[in-house]
Design a binder for this molecule. Sequence first.
Ligand code: PLP
Length: 446
Amino acid sequence: MNVFPRNFNRDFPIVDHGEGIYIYDNKGNRYLDGCSGAVSANIGYGNKEVATAIYEQICKTSFAHGSIWDTEINEIAAKKILNIAPEGFTRVWFVNAGSEATEAAIKMAHQYHLEKNNGVSEKSLVIGRENSYHGSTLGTLGIGGNVNRRRLFMPMIVDHPKIETHYCYRCPFNKEYPTCGLECANKLEEKINRVGAKYISAFIAEPIIGSTAGAVVAPEGYWKKVRDICDKYDILLIADEVMTGVGRTGKNFCVDHWGVKPDIIASAKGLAACYFPVGATLVTKKVADVFSKGSGVFAHSHTFNGMPAASAAVSAVMDFYVKNDLCGNAYKMGGIIETRYAKEVADCDYVGDFRGKGLMWGIEFVKDKKTKEPFARKDDVATKFRDFCLNKGFTVYPGTGMVDGINGDNIMIAPPLIINEEQLDELYGKFVSALRLFSSQLKKSR
Ligand code: PLP
């Protein structure tokens, strides 16, 4: 074996091929992809239209370095992304992954304030949140709050200020919505005043917290409030929509649920739906104008910014996404999940909470539904459930640590956006029976 694996202690099944929402291993077993890989393979597998578009682009040109060239396909892809972006977004900075999209966003925010103030600005800190994930580079680990992913690397990280996330199931302030007065959003203003607005360039947040917390949805009013606070203190609002963007939650971008316009959106996963590694930092006119009227140059780049094949993938995925109204489908499927399955899932033993929107849902496992006590870390419930489901022929996405950084087990269920009602029934049928069997085995073993 020559590949340095993600985990030396685990035998990974070998994928042979994928077709639609199904993956087949090299032994001929079929798996329903209940989590779209990493909540990313949004149009499923084996899409020939997209594969052909990438192939044809590579035959035309495989590369055109951004310091010398532009390509038509980059412009086409950017236009198609902006067509689904909230109003006011006018530019797309292409990168290769979600971590690069958020890292570019925070560097852009820093440079934005410098450009705006003739090179004199101390606004360089980014306020992030506990229970968040914005990527695995050292820069993005500094703004993220996923303890598991940060701990080993703490000595290497430049840490940025953090506030608590919205987390109504376990409100960090022991309050209840709506009488809480959105304390979680008020904390942003408190933190700004504590640190000093003159040092803060941006606030970054996931509109629905993904892998760290398991599809925790922002309460109504949260995004409007943080938007107002950011405006008050001349701080840019960055929405990390790497996971939630491009239809995943039943809107093109998740912030559309609340009609809020961030200054920058980080996007990736669904953009090229895993047919090519692509990310993008979407920028409003307000931000782009400061650069174009300032130095004109964003002091940041990668060799592979705007690969023609990547843009061909984005362009073809966007066409498929619009033509098949995948966003509308995610919205409709989300409604079915709510009415047909939410109660059934939530009633299962050890399920403390079931939450989400569109085709992004998560469950939180608890040892005791009344006290909400989590399982011990050593029990590794989320990972065990992931393996249990794999044995039953479908995938789910595990996450841990949302209770206190260490404890807490969640799994996300987020199939490709092409899923139809019959397949959704198949997935949730498997899911509910796996939950029941898993919890009865868990009960016996305790
Ligand atoms: N931001 C969010 C919200 C994510 O969910 C992820 C990945 O899961 C990232 C950033 C990092 O993206 P990537 O793994 O493509 O670097």
